[in-house]
Write a protein that binds this ligand. Structure first.
Ligand SMILES: Cc1cc2nc3c(=O)[nH]c(=O)nc-3n(C[C@H](O)[C@H](O)[C@H](O)COP(=O)(O)OP(=O)(O)OC[C@H]3O[C@@H](n4cnc5c(N)ncnc54)[C@H](O)[C@@H]3O)c2cc1C
Length: 404
């Protein structure tokens, strides 16, 4: 039997689930397929996500935020420092007169909250992987591989690839991918110190690499995201935490207090890849399927949510005008509206690690001065902060809480 729908979303990760939720009030027939047996299963978080305030507003627009409030830690400020040099830039939510710069939530907790909100919505969930795609006039014919081995066929007017990094769906559709080789992995861990964080996150540059501490739910708890060369990250992850803790303290200094406990250490290799063109025949890509970024700027999912807000707004417009949801006009508008943001993020995640990689004293002194100068330059600081918070430029209806 063949099912017909208007929009098939391949991938129920945070990006795909958020899009399904955004489309649910639009009177479109929406299907959400995921290859994983049960993405809502109570699995531990793979990572903590720093959500910009603009992203929190999109999640509030989707009515998914109330369930996340008890799980989210507000970021009241970020202290940016460089080991061995004075000069600190403090980015404080009060500077931009906002309640927080953003919030930290676990990725699985976020996905679960979004999927739980979907249970009462007219979205058909399919436990299946998109296997083959064939254009068929005004539709795409899609073959889904189910766990019991019997393939299911479905036709759709628009296919959204939300199947994450190295998207199989984009590969099947023949979309060209580019990638940047990265010499780094990240060491992720949970950290407990002897000083309450009061919501302050730390970004520290040392030995040409970046280290981030994100405030976690406990008053003195943090999530550590430490960028290191591949071999070094793997070596540290294999050592007992009691040996790594003093090394970490040495790099971190004392701003966050004394490291009392370090656990849940694991090493994740980094990759950066993106689509040359994020659209194909009746297909567009969102989230990591379109752009997988270096986590240094904590912008991966934030950018994915802006993809979601743009697709939702374009499809709402098409629905009002009774237009085809997979039309070339809509696909071209999506590419046009997202391209500048994607390019800017790729540029930033490309030069940020390089900016701090040279530890020689003249370069380190210049950076130290630049951090101190930025701290004194109010208007520039406010501009950069609003940009990083996703509040720069026109806000989508979802962000403004006017949805649908
Ligand atoms: C160390 C680290 C730290 C990070 N920190 C931050 C941060 O602080 N802030 C931030 O904004 N971002 C951060 N990111 C990025 C963020 O994690 C990703 O952008 C986000 O998780 C991507 O979500 P997604 O839904 O696009 O993809 P995914 O979460 O990968 O979901 C893809 C889904 O597609 C399904 N799937 C796969 N193949 C198929 C198929 N053929 N058919 C159907 N379904 C399929 C999978 O089962 C999965 O459920 C970080 C990334 C890393 C590595």
């Amino acid at each position: 039997m063949t099912t017909d729908c208007d929009v098939l979303i391949a991938g129920a990760g945070p990006a795909g689930a958020a899009l399904a939720l955004a489309l649910s009030p639009l009177a479109l027939r929406v299907c959400l397929a995921d290859a994983a047996p049960d993405p809502t299963a109570d699995t531990p978080d793979r990572r903590a996500l720093a959500l910009a305030l603009g992203s929190q507003r999109i999640l509030a627009g989707l009515d998914a935020w109330p369930a996340l409030v008890p799980l989210a830690t507000p970021i009241s400020a970020i202290a940016v420092t460089q080991r061995g040099w004075p000069g600190v830039t403090r980015l404080d939510a009060r500077t931009v007169r906002e309640p927080a710069l953003g919030y930290v939530v676990g990725d699985r907790a976020l996905q679960r909250a979004l999927l739980a909100r979907l249970t009462d919505c007219p979205v058909q969930r399919l436990p299946a992987a998109v296997g083959a795609i064939t254009p068929d006039g005004e539709r795409l014919e899609v073959t889904l591989a189910t766990a019991n081995g019997s393939p299911q066929r479905l036709t759709t007017r628009l296919l959204v690839a939300a199947d994450g990094s190295g998207s199989a769906v984009c590969r099947l559709a023949g979309l060209a991918t580019q990638q940047r080789e990265l010499p780094d992995s990240v060491l992720l861990a949970h950290l407990h110190t002897d000083r309450p964080h009061h919501g302050v996150a730390h970004e520290r540059f040392a030995d040409g690499r970046a280290l981030a501490l994100l405030p976690a739910p406990g008053a003195c708890d943090y999530t550590l995201v430490w960028t290191l060369p591949h071999a070094r990250a793997a070596d540290l992850a294999a050592l007992p935490p009691s040996i790594v803790a003093p090394m970490l303290q040495d790099v971190l200094g004392w701003r966050a207090g004394r490291v009392r406990r370090l656990d849940q250490m694991r090493c994740v290799p980094l990759r950066e890849q993106w689509l040359t063109q994020a659209t194909g025949t009746r297909l567009l890509a969102i989230g990591n399927a379109a752009n997988t970024l270096h986590p240094i700027a904590a912008q991966g999912f934030n950018s994915g949510l802006r993809d979601v807000a743009t697709v939702a707004e374009l499809l709402a417009g098409a629905r009002r005008a009774d237009d085809d949801p997979g039309s070339d006009t809509l696909l071209a508008a999506y590419q046009r509206r997202r391209e500048a943001d994607w390019r800017r993020l790729r540029l930033a995640t490309g030069w940020l690690p390089r900016l701090f990689e040279n530890p020689a004293p003249p370069q380190a002194a210049a950076r130290s001065l630049a951090l101190a100068a930025l701290d004194l330059c109010g208007p520039l600081k406010r501009h950069l902060m609003r940009r990083a918070m996703g509040l720069h430029g026109p806000q989508s209806p979802l962000q403004r809480g006017r949805w649908p």
